[in-house]
Write a protein that binds this ligand. Structure first.
Ligand SMILES: Nc1nc2c(ncn2[C@@H]2O[C@H](COP(=O)(O)OP(=O)(O)OP(=O)(O)O)[C@@H](O)[C@H]2O)c(=O)[nH]1
Ligand SMILES: [Mg+2]
Length: 330
């Protein structure tokens, strides 16, 4: 792009035709907030809503990357296209993830039906959850059938990412120290499907039993007709992976037929609108050339001529009535 503005339309046309480098460039340009990103995102929204977005979440070393690899194979056998967003693999405690991504890319690298992209929590303007939503929007609008988002799911930002997925698959495995306890309570609640990976290793039966016991104590295992299943897999050799893809499909069918899909889309639209609105306000407030005399308000509050609550109200009043956020920040 030679430092000039990205040609969003041309890139998008090529991305939709399946040109992977253009898809990569669009994701990078959005991540870096290159000129015109906001208008492009607005347009993308109209072309989206077809892909099945699936979150793959679990503690470090549970086998997420290996399972993603096996899922890719299963989906490709069904001639469906798969795009993967691996969130912050560099934060891995096991250290093997980046290598895993490389291997995955090598293995599927010549297959035009597979796209793999890593996003780091460092470097994404506005945070990794925003970068992930934007990347998923590009992939969805470009016509990918399945979008897998791999994340460790530890921090709040990552729980937000799980919320982006229509189907949340939570993985655990025996032998991860505290075993089942390594799944955070928050993750248990968001799981649509539980996977106990490494079913070939000792302790797998115990891990499944513990998980079932924990599920019967915590979140209700059945929500409006969807009984959250627990599936054993061996990601290394693909055992149980076809059963997993068909369970993921069943979940999508249930989402659509129960009306839960609409509820989730509403919730995510609501969260997205308010989060973007907050970003827009913060940009306006921080704009040094703006109408807002933030430093003047600061001095008044320090002198106690004004209290912070009133100053904040004055700030918002100065920002909102005349602001054209879309024009200003494009
Ligand atoms: N025995 C056995 N080992 C597995 C299985 N799946 C993955 N592993 C191994 O477990 C280790 C971790 O697998 P990864 O796929 O990198 O796990 P991850 O959850 O992506 O790990 P991070 O990205 O570091 O959080 C690797 O050595 C894998 O070979 C399995 O089904 N059985
Ligand atoms: Mg990994």
């Amino acid at each position: 792009m030679n430092g000039t503005d990205p040609n969003w339309e041309a890139l998008f046309d090529r991305a939709r035709a399946g040109h992977v480098p253009s898809t990569s460039r669009l994701i990078s340009a959005l991540e870096a907030h290159r000129h015109g990103w906001r208008e492009f995102l607005s347009k993308l929204h109209r072309s989206g809503g077809r892909a099945h977005v699936v979150g793959i979440t679990g503690p470090p070393g549970s086998g997420k990357s290996t399972l993603v690899n096996a899922l890719i194979r299963s989906y490709r056998d069904q001639t469906r296209t798969v795009a993967v967003i691996a969130v912050d693999p560099s934060s891995s405690l096991t250290g093997g993830a980046i290598l895993g991504d490389r291997i995955r890319m090598l293995e599927h690298g010549l297959d035009a039906g597979v796209f793999v992209r890593s996003l780091s929590t460092r470097g994404a303007v506005g945070g990794v959850s925003r970068a992930t939503v934007d990347a998923a929007a590009v992939l969805d609008a470009s016509g990918w059938d399945i979008i897998l988002i791999e994340t460790i799911g530890v921090g709040q930002d990552e729980l937000d990412i799980v919320g982006i997925a229509e189907t949340a698959v939570v993985i655990t495995a025996p032998g991860l120290g505290d075993d089942i306890q390594t799944i955070k309570a928050g993750l248990l609640e968001v799981a649509d499907i539980h996977v106990v990976n490494k079913a070939d290793t000792p302790g797998a039966d115990k891990a499944v039993a513990e998980l079932l016991a924990m599920l019967s104590l915590g979140a209700p295992p059945e929500v409006d007709g969807w009984a959250v299943p627990t599936l054993p897999t061996v990601a290394l050799d693909g055992t149980g992976v076809n059963a997993l893809t068909s369970t993921i499909d069943s979940h999508r069918t249930w989402l659509d037929s129960s009306g839960e899909s609409l509820t989730r889309r509403r919730n995510s639209a609501r969260a997205r609108i308010t989060s973007v609105a907050k970003d827009l306000l913060l940009e306006q407030i921080g704009d040094p050339s703006g109408r807002v005399d933030l430093e003047g308000l600061v001095e008044s509050v320090v002198r106690r001529d004004l209290d912070p609550q009133s100053a904040a109200a004055l700030l918002l009043a100065a920002v909102t009535p005349t602001a054209n956020f879309l024009e200003k920040t494009g």
